[in-house]
Design a protein around this ligand. Structure first.
Ligand code: UDP
Length: 363
């Protein structure tokens, strides 16, 4: 059986790494399972793409569609045109997509229209927020998926409520957490650690890239000033996403505590998170990682498609107003961290389960 695996953006690379490793293990057992890796080129900066391939030992892609940036529609359309050609030239039995980026939806659509089986890893999660491009990508992808792999019982329930056949939906755990466990012993202290006099447990990590937080310059500045003030002398390490950087431009900000750095590779970034006092972010994936690492997380969004990071994990949903962040953070300083655990099946074995199931279902 031949599977075409699609990856386009930073979180995708982190999710496909353990799936490829699980396929390669099957191959070593003599099972005739092969894959072709297609990079759509949605993220192409070295520090959002190549670094992850190197650090996570992901094989060089068999094809790179090099679509690069564009509006939502231009990017989606360009991926579709290029991926159709890719599939015509390289026939396959199944297309596997992960997550919720434009590459996920675009390639699932192309595959389904070519009558190929579609597998979606991280299916069924929903924020209910149709202003998020990712939510549209999730809904469209899941409406044409044949094999669904979910990270939570709630995601499974969502899919069945929307009409998926129960035997097509498999709750397997979280591939992003597979990568975390597989690489935890390799997390690497960044070279700048001493330059900024960082100490374990005494700094905050900040990431921001959602349009709702970063696309409007004045509100982004207000948010950053509020976060800077809340730190009370703790350094705030801020690997700045290209989208956010483009809004801020060359502007010099009058902040005392925020340390602006380039987006980090996985091993440095996860070292920073694992040893931080707390994380402030608008990322979904990072709220999963902090949950597993037991690091307090404050999510600057009004909703989340990953509610288990709040009900079970260390995440606090604080909205997009800095005042609410300050209130929640202050209460955390006074009351300490909430009691937290690790969601069911987030045990590092999700990818093995996925590959086992796909092999069983090969006909
Ligand atoms: N990440 C990283 N370096 C950074 C910021 C994030 O390696 O400078 C990793 C992070 O650990 C997580 C993933 O990138 O695994 C999340 O990506 P992003 O926030 O872009 O996507 P989202 O989770 O919002 O879909």
């Amino acid at each position: 059986m031949k599977i075409t695996i699609v990856a386009g953006a930073r979180p995708n690379f982190i999710k496909i790494a353990p799936i490829i490793r699980a396929i390669e293990q099957k191959q070593q057992e003599g099972i005739p399972l092969s894959y072709r890796l297609v990079h759509t080129g949605q993220h192409y900066d070295k520090n959002l793409s190549d670094t992850f391939f190197e650090e996570l030992n992901i094989p060089k892609p068999d094809a790179n569609l090099e679509v690069k940036s564009g509006s939502q529609s231009v990017q989606t359309a360009n991926i579709m045109v290029a991926f159709e050609q890719e599939l015509l030239e390289n026939p396959t039995d199944m297309v596997l997509v992960v997550g919720d980026v434009n590459s996920t939806m675009a390639c699932a659509l192309v595959a389904k229209k070519m009558n190929l089986k579609v597998t979606h890893v991280e299916a069924g999660i929903r924020s209910g927020d149709m202003t998020m491009p990712e939510e549209i990508n999730r809904i469209v992808t899941d409406s044409i998926t044949d094999y669904f792999f979910t990270t939570s019982p709630l995601a499974t329930e969502n899919l069945i409520r929307y009409g998926a056949q129960p035997d097509a939906v498999h709750f397997v755990g979280n591939v992003m957490i597979d990568t975390l466990y597989q690489n935890q012993h390799r997390f690497q202290r960044p070279l700048f650690w001493e330059d900024f006099a960082l100490e374990k447990g005494n700094y905050i990590v900040l990431t921001l890239h959602r349009p709702a937080n970063v696309d409007e310059e004045d509100s982004l500045l207000h948010l950053l000033q509020g976060i800077d003030a809340l730190a009370q002398g703790k350094k705030i390490i801020f690997p700045i996403h290209p989208r956010t950087k483009a809004i801020l431009g060359e502007r010099q900000l009058d902040t005392q505590n925020i340390v602006f750095i380039e987006p980090q590779g996985y091993l440095n970034f996860m070292y920073l998170v694992a040893h931080s006092f707390a994380v402030i972010t608008d990322s979904g994936g990072i709220s999963e990682e902090t949950t597993v690492l037991g690091i307090p997380c404050f999510t600057l969004r009004n909703n989340t498609e990953r509610p288990e990071t709040i009900t079970i994990g260390t995440n606090h949903l604080v909205g997009t107003q800095v005042e609410k962040l300050v209130e929640t953070y202050t209460s955390f300083l006074q009351n300490g961290m909430k009691k937290a655990g690790i969601p069911e099946l987030w045990d590092g074995k999700a990818s093995e389960r996925i590959v086992d199931i796909l092999w069983q279902k090969r006909n």
